[in-house]
Design a protein around this ligand. Structure first.
Ligand code: PLA
Length: 424
C-alpha cells in the first residue's frame, strides 16, 4: 500500500507545478490560515470523537449544538407571510436601522431625539467596521491614524489598514495582573496626538474578556474629551457581557451623554445568533438633521461600489424582534440565558482547574466578561492540546466559553490541567 502511495504522492505536485509555471497566478504566494477561522478548519479535519472547538466565538447550547433563538424562529414565521425580495436601499432597511440605533443609544439619547444619528445597515460587525474605516479615511479631517487596544480582535488591524488608515496600538491588558492596564491605558491616551481616532470595545473586550469598570469608563471619557480624541466604538457583544443590553451599552451612552461625537459599529451575530445572516449597523452621531443627511449621502457613496446594498432577510428578522414588544422581551430573556450559561461554565471550569491542582492562579476565568476567556495558556500548550487532546483554540490561548458544556467540560479541564503540568 505504502509503496504505491509514496510515488503517487510525489508525482502529483510535479505535474501540478509544470501547469502552475504557465499560470498567470504562479507568483501568488500561499497565505497563512486565518488566526480564528483557520481553527475551525483544523477542527473540521479532526476525526476524533472527543474533539472540541473553542476557536471562533459562536454560541453553542448545552449540548454543543448551534442555537437558533426561539424569538428568531418566531420572527422568521412572521416575515415568511409577507415581504418581497426587492433590493433594499443602499443604507438598508429603514425600520431596522432606526431600531438598531435605539437599542444602542437608548431612548434618552439627545442625538437620536434630535434626528442627528446617521446610520446604515452593514454586513454584520465586520462590514460596519469597514464602512466606518473607509468613511473616516475619506472624511475625518484631523487624522488618518486609529489606535487599537493591545491586544485586540485579530481582524481589526487588516480592516482598518485596508480601509486606508494607519494603525497604532495603546496599552490595554496587563499580563501580570491578568486585568486592565489602566495606568498604561490612560498614559497612552494622554500621549496620543490630539484628535487621533481611538477604537474602544464597548463591552466584552475580545480577546481578553477584560472591560473597564463604569468609573474607569468615565475617566476614559474625560481624557478623550480633554485630548479631543475621536471615539470609535465596536459593539459586537451587546447583551453578552452582563446579560442586559442596556447595561452593556453603558460606555456608548455615557460618551454620547457627555457630548462626544462617536462612531459605532453594531453586530447582531452574537446577541441574536444571526451569525451567517450578516446583520449589523454603522452609525455616526452628528450635529443636526441637516448634517446627518449630508453624512448619510456620503455613506451611500462609500457603500454603493462596495456591495451596492445589504442583505434583506436577517435585517427583517432583527427588525421584527426589535419592533415587537413581545418578541423583544422574549429575546432579552434569551440573551440573558446565553450569558448565564457562559457564566456557569466559567464557574465550573474554575472549580475543576482548582480541584485538579492546576499550577497557577485561575481567578481570571471567573472575572473575565463575555464570550471569551483569555486563559493564559501558551502557544506551545495550545498546540499540544490540539495535537494530543483534539481541543482547538486560538494560539493566544483564547477560548470561546460557549463551546463548553456539561458533556465536555471535565475532559477539557483535565486536558488543560495536564497541558499546564507539562504531561500531555
Ligand atoms: N468585532 C469584534 C470585537 C469581534 O469579536 C467580532 C467577531 C466582530 C467585530 C465581527 O463579527 P461579525 O462580522 O460576525 O458581526 N469575532 C468572532 C468571529 C466572534 C470572527 O473572528 O469573525 C471571533 O471569534 O473573534
Amino acid at each position: 500500500m505504502q509503496a504505491i502511495a509514496r510515488p503517487l504522492a510525489r508525482a502529483a505536485p510535479r505535474a501540478l507545478s509544470r501547469a502552475a509555471a504557465l499560470s498567470t497566478w504562479s507568483a501568488v504566494p500561499a497565505g497563512p490560515p486565518d488566526a480564528i477561522l483557520g481553527v475551525t478548519e483544523a477542527f473540521k479535519r479532526d476525526q476524533d470523537p472527543r474533539k472540541i472547538n473553542l476557536g471562533v466565538g459562536a454560541y453553542r447550547d448545552g449540548n454543543g449544538k448551534p442555537f437558533v433563538l426561539p424569538s428568531v424562529k418566531k420572527a422568521e414565521e412572521i416575515i415568511s407571510q409577507s415581504g418581497d425580495k426587492e433590493y433594499l436601499p443602499i443604507t438598508g432597511l429603514p425600520e431596522f436601522t432606526r431600531r438598531a440605533a435605539l437599542l444602542a443609544y437608548g431612548a434618552e439619547s439627545a442625538p437620536l431625539k434630535g434626528n442627528a444619528v446617521a446610520v446604515t445597515q452593514s454586513i454584520s460587525g465586520t462590514g460596519a467596521l469597514r464602512i466606518g474605516g473607509a468613511f473616516l479615511a475619506r472624511f475625518y479631517p484631523h487624522s488618518k491614524t486609529i489606535y487599537l487596544p493591545t491586544p485586540t480582535w485579530g481582524n481589526h488591524t487588516p480592516i482598518f489598514r485596508d480601509s486606508g488608515l494607519e494603525v497604532k496600538g495603546y496599552r490595554y491588558y496587563d499580563k501580570k495582573t491578568v486585568g486592565l492596564d489602566f495606568e498604561g491605558l490612560k498614559a497612552d491616551l494622554q500621549s496620543m496626538p490630539e484628535k487621533s481616532i481611538v477604537l474602544l470595545h464597548a463591552c466584552a473586550h475580545n480577546p481578553t474578556g477584560v472591560d473597564p469598570t463604569q468609573a474607569q469608563w468615565i475617566e476614559i471619557s474625560n481624557i478623550i474629551k480633554e485630548k479631543s480624541l475621536f471615539p470609535f466604538f465596536d459593539m459586537a457583544y451587546q447583551g453578552f457581557a452582563s446579560g442586559s443590553t442596556s447595561k452593556d451599552a453603558f460606555a456608548v451612552r455615557h460618551f454620547v451623554s457627555e457630548g462626544h461625537q462617536v462612531a459605532l459599529c453594531q453586530s447582531f451575530a452574537k446577541n441574536m445568533g444571526l451569525y451567517g445572516e450578516r446583520v449589523g449597523a454603522f452609525s455616526l452621531t452628528t450635529a443636526d438633521p441637516e448634517e446627518k443627511a449630508r453624512v448619510e449621502s456620503q455613506l451611500k457613496i462609500v457603500i454603493r461600489p462596495m456591495y451596492s446594498n445589504p442583505p434583506l432577510h436577517g435585517a427583517r428578522i432583527a427588525s421584527t424582534i426589535l419592533g415587537s414588544p413581545e418578541l423583544y422581551s422574549e429575546w432579552e430573556g434569551e440573551v440573558k440565558g446565553m450569558a448565564e450559561r457562559i457564566i456557569s461554565m466559567r464557574d465550573r471550569l474554575y472549580d475543576n482547574l482548582v480541584a485538579q491542582k492546576t499550577p497557577g492562579e485561575w481567578g481570571h476565568i471567573k472575572s473575565q466578561i463575555g464570550m471569551f476567556s483569555f486563559t493564559g495558556l501558551t502557544t506551545p500548550q495550545t498546540k499540544a492540546l490540539a495535537e494530543k487532546a483534539h481541543i482547538y483554540m486560538t494560539a493566544d490561548g483564547r477560548i470561546s466559553m460557549a463551546g463548553l458544556n456539561a458533556h465536555n467540560i471535565d475532559y477539557f479541564s483535565e486536558s488543560v490541567s495536564r497541558a499546564v503540568k507539562g504531561d500531555i
